[in-house]
Design a protein. Sequence first.
Length: 647
Amino acid sequence: MPVKVSVVVPVYNPGVYIEGCVESLLGQSLPPDEYEVIFVDDGSTDDTPALLDALATADPRVAVVHQENSGWSGKPRNVGIAAARGEYVMFVDNDDHLGDEALERMYDYGVANGADVVVGKMAGKGRSVPVELFRRNHPHATVENAPLIDSLTPHKMFRRAFLDDIGLRFPEGRRRLEDHVFVTEAYLRAANVSVLSDYVCYYHVRRDDASNAGFQRFDPGGYFKNLREALDVVERYTEPGTLRDRLFRRWLRVEMVERMRGRRFLAMPVDWRRDVFAEIRQVVVERFGPGVAAGLQPTQQVVAALLTADRYDDVEAFAEWEAGIALTAVPEGVAWEDGTLRIGFTAEYTSAGEPMTFAADKARSPLDGPPEDLAAAIAWVGADTVAHFDKATADLLLRERASAAQYFQKVEFTREEAPEPGSDGQVRLVLRATATVDPATLTRAGLWDALVRVKLGGWTKECRLGPAPLQDRPSPHAGLAGGHVVLPYWTAPHAHLALDVDRATHRVGLGALTPDDVTLTGARLLAPLPLHVPAAGTEVTLRLTSSGTSHDMPATLTPHGAGARLEAVLPLPDLRAATWRAALGTPGPRHLALPLALRTGVGGVRVVRQPRAGALRHLVRRARRRLGTTLGRTATRLRTRARAWRR
């Protein structure tokens, strides 16, 4: 069978952090004879070389290449390309891991779309990853029609013949941004790039010891020398004009301006940030025309203008002002509607902990040179924000807590200019939104946090949804919809909205049910449950268990008031005289314990309350204590009698 994918993993002293990587690579859904894993050991000095050799001996998919330390990842990746036999080459770092179906999905998607490069959706665990790029699938993406340039890490799939045909390899040696040079040229020379966004393929992980190569403090002179090489690639394969300016803008925005903003800038050691400022300014003056900065967000334009004018102190003052700006998102409603969860919220910015206000006058002019001072900079940003408020957007994302995978939800929103009482014509810019969550799209059991993402003015900010005021806090039932049991809840102590998917089977609110709520007519059982189900109803099962014997019977849940009504026909002839504990079997399959039991005997069938597990454990512990006390007293009496008998 021809090899479809060769996975190349550069390795240097990963320690235990390689375990998750290896496990994910060997657990891929792609058949074992259709992919290979090539570990290139770059002179590791820990136990890794021997461990990799043992792995290669045990698994025919694995090959190991040992070499002297080259100082960075470029040469190991090139060695891996040379050794690869696959139609596609996938690059993975030894700290990271793949989704179980990543190779199969990316390969099939690439072949179906004739892609030279396949970009799989990423999730960042302690590391930032592109968000907008993965809003939807892009089967035919280019740097012109999709934000490809936002994703320049090498963790993608490349057609090996494409790399060989154009002679593309990574720059080698101890250097930075070798992946920018490689990936940028691949984007610009590929016949097609495909972006797969409906499945998380790559998990980008920050190590607990923060010793990933990308997190080490860098030499500003060497870093920005390497950055210029990526700019050289853009100049080589584009013409002067709008596209080149837009691509250059990525480096100005991400690698330069964003380093000079807010808390990120203020967190740098003072001497180092002055060095970084000086190197950035030199690149900006040398390489970027006015069209590059003109397309930035207003706050970024201010920083770029101050950089160009060599006004370090003003950059620092602007960073201190920006550091006080945050996003707040307040829940306004959480309710089930026909099997979907509707989440209402408002979002706005705060400054120094208070709602941010703006002058209502929409007049603004382009930024013509650096602002005169901090007040002028703030005023210009405010005017631009109000003028472009009609472009502001709000999104709700659900982020799986364990994996950091996040997904956009459907959102409808309005923009509202709310006058600020007692101010001189100031307004607050508020986004009022309603998101719709379809449980069928939540493909993994676990805890999902609700995050709000807002683009407004010169900022794109995220925050958790909440806290919800205690007196107005929505408390919807758990929902049984889309094949899942979904429990909306508020975290403690921060009261942020989260969803428990298929896990909280012991706390979905069924404990409020009492025997008096249940109607038993012959063999027909009816019971109201605090569960939301879609209007069409849901097929479930009712499980009765006694002394190791279980009976499962078909049951239905139909909407009933604010919850659902359970209906089942009991197999009375099969229920011997005993107490039968009841549980609700849901899709998954999972069973939700009901606080009820059926007691059968000569008098027929009665519904009784089932002892709680906690109460039962308490009774057992109390019985053991009593038994222990009794045995202790008995032993004491026997010892006393024995001593008396011996005397």
